[in-house]
Write a protein that binds this ligand. Sequence first.
Ligand SMILES: CCCCCCCCCCCCC/C=C/C(=O)SCCNC(=O)CCNC(=O)[C@H](O)C(C)(C)COP(=O)(O)OP(=O)(O)OC[C@H]1O[C@@H](n2cnc3c(N)ncnc32)[C@H](O)[C@@H]1OP(=O)(O)O
Length: 208
Amino acid sequence: MSQQSSPTVFSAGLDIMEMYKPKPDRVKEFWTTLQDVWLALYGSSFPTVAAINGHSPAGGCLLSLCCEYRIMCPNYSIGLNETKLGIVAPKWFMSSMLGAIPYREAELALTSGRMFSTDEALKIGLIDEVASDKADAIAKSEKFLSQFAKIHPIARKLTKLNLRHSALEWMQENKELDLNIFISFVGQPIVQKSLEKYLEGLKAKQAK
Ligand SMILES: CCCCCCCCCCCCC/C=C/C(=O)SCCNC(=O)CCNC(=O)[C@H](O)C(C)(C)COP(=O)(O)OP(=O)(O)OC[C@H]1O[C@@H](n2cnc3c(N)ncnc32)[C@H](O)[C@@H]1OP(=O)(O)O
């Protein structure tokens, strides 16, 4: 999986404009689409690799965490920075991160909304390899995937899905609850104020 929404961005995460002053007719589709993407990618029976060729905050980081292996190009940033926006990464964002890094690192990263540089991410295990550029990231992805030619495909698939079973099962059983939590929290004035402030910060940074 290699995305390119801009030359320097792998994925900027969820569209904040969908959460800031959310439109009631869109918010349900917005969130259930995200749940379905996570279910499909995290629960994919295929081996998956993220070739991360740009910044990867929040939802971007989540997409890469759905994959079993992450390869990232230098001098970018990655992390679940939700608390910096005044919001809370949902349970399944957190469990995806806990599949990659130890609890202690995850707790520190999630509570502070820390973004990691490529080198820092490698050090804590948030990514698995550094590539020199996009072509190298894709070559390294192919090398990672090629090792499975020697593994029985059903044994590999069942092993992966067993490891991910409880997180996937939680989502399948709690989609509606998770949606209702999102809708009720995102509309709260305190959350809206935080998002407004964060958006102002992004604009101010751009104006410099
Ligand atoms: C306290 C009570 C409890 C609360 C409980 C709440 C529960 C609610 C649950 C909610 C859970 C939601 C989970 C959220 C997941 C997310 O993904 S949130 C999104 C997080 N994303 C970011 O923080 C990214 C912010 N952007 C950046 O850091 C940078 O833009 C960049 C991606 C690194 C790119 O930098 P650069 O190339 O320098 O471009 P910029 O100039 O900064 O930006 C260009 C324009 O793009 C706009 N923009 C950037 N990111 C987003 C985004 N995610 N959504 C919408 N718009 C974005 C930016 O504003 C610029 O816009 P213009 O000025 O119009 O050009």
